[in-house]
Design a binder for this molecule. Structure first.
Ligand code: SAM
Ligand code: DTB
Ligand code: SF4
Length: 349
């Protein structure tokens, strides 16, 4: 068992980034093998439950009201639409349903509606995740009471580079929300974006901040910037794919127990690059044709990729998979049966 370390320094993180690629991959593999079943991938499906018109100015984001991206704004989706999408995601093999809302922070009425969504999606036996901007401690507690498992709130980059990407809130605001989420006993999903013009040092510093949190995030999404026309970062220089893989490997080493998610950007990645990400220690993906507003590989491509690699999706929590009633599933919820096509095994490959 590798113990989580909270005393990582920037020099140590940078030294990992500077290792020869094969050496870094070997170190990441050692940690991955000890802490995880390397054949399993956790699959989360995203749904944008409130789209666009966000007052924040995050330079990467198509949902900011300040950029002309041609996005159609949409208010909070009705509960039944969200539940139907969660059921479909579960039937396709996802175990976690992530609901994303383009808010700076949710208002009282919004949070009540989101809490209702969490309650209903939980009844399907899926893990639930919400990302809806900054939260006060009581708001985090309200979501916890509704049965929420994870709250996603990314630090995105280093404290030093942050102000070049976002001016409408500061790094400390993000850290305060993360503390509120942790205090409410929610699991933390927190990561960043690679490809915004940041340096290797910024990537190392982001991982140091994550590792120095009092408790490591359970889930760490590593996004490759999706360059959306109309955003200030539409012409950002592409990242060297090996530097992207290095970021995943260093995250794996510094945050050994976390689920490291190969997140946005997969649509433009080859199967070989994604396989390299799994070798570097990624063990989670966003699964389903869409992220929030941009594309993601389709389900058939991901199923084929896992099959070719002899890897399998993680199972739904056991008690739920075998006995939906035990988890309070509603009468209109589809039975939790994954079609063989959705659950590729090494044997079926
Ligand atoms: N508004 C909430 C917030 O910012 O916390 C939740 C939604 S926001 C879209 C969630 C995360 O998506 C961001 O923190 C960012 O890391 C990621 N993201 C947004 N646009 C992206 C893009 N174009 N490429 C990669 N990641 C992106
Ligand atoms: C995360 O780290 N990445 C996801 C999720 N958390 C909410 C969002 C990616 C968004 C990519 C751009 C879009 O589809 O709008
Ligand atoms: Fe708004 Fe979140 Fe997009 Fe920033 S990342 S503009 S807060 S939706």
């Amino acid at each position: 068992m590798i113990e989580a370390r909270h005393d990582w320094t920037l020099a140590q993180a940078e030294a990992l980034f500077a290792l020869p690629f094969p050496e870094l991959m070997f170190r990441a593999q050692q940690v991955h093998q000890q802490c995880h079943d390397v054949t399993r991938v956790q699959m989360s499906t995203l749904l944008s439950i409130k789209t666009g018109a966000c007052p924040e100015d995050c330079a990467y984001c198509p949902q900011s009201v300040r950029f002309e991206t041609g996005l159609e704004n949409e208010p909070l989706l009705p509960l039944e639409v969200v539940v139907a999408r969660a059921q479909a995601a579960r039937a396709a093999g996802a175990t976690r349903f992530c609901m994303g809302a383009a808010f700076r922070s949710p208002k009282r009425r919004d949070l009540e509606k989101i809490s209702a969504m969490v309650r209903e999606v939980s009844k399907l036996g899926m893990e639930t995740c919400v990302t809806a901007g900054m939260l006060e401690p009581e708001q985090a507690q309200e979501l916890k009471a509704a049965g929420l498992d994870y709250y996603n709130h990314n630090l995105d980059t280093s404290p030093e580079f942050y102000s070049q990407i976002i001016s409408t809130r500061c790094y400390q605001d993000r850290l305060d929300t993360l503390a509120a989420v942790r205090a409410a006993d929610l699991k933390v999903c927190c990561g960043g974006i690679v490809g915004m013009g940041e340096s290797q040092r910024d990537r190392a510093q982001l991982l140091v901040v994550l590792a120095q949190l009092p408790v490591h995030p359970e889930s760490v999404p590593i996004n490759q910037l999706v360059r959306v026309p109309g955003t200030p970062l539409e012409n950002a220089a592409p990242v060297d794919p090996f530097d992207f893989i290095r970021t995943i490997a260093v995250a794996r080493i510094m945050l050994p127990q976390a689920q490291v998610r190969l997140s946005a950007g997969r649509e433009s990645m080859s199967d070989e690059l994604q396989a390299l990400a799994f070798l570097a220690g990624a063990n989670s993906i966003f699964y389903g044709e869409k992220l929030l507003t941009t594309g993601n590989p389709d389900v058939a491509r991901d199923q084929a990729l896992l099959r070719r690699l002899g890897m399998q999706p993680e199972d739904l929590p056991q008690a739920v998979a075998s006995d939906p009633a035990a988890n309070g599933a509603t009468a209109n919820a589809a039975p939790i049966v994954h079609s063989p096509a959705a659950r590729p095994t090494a044997a079926s490959a």
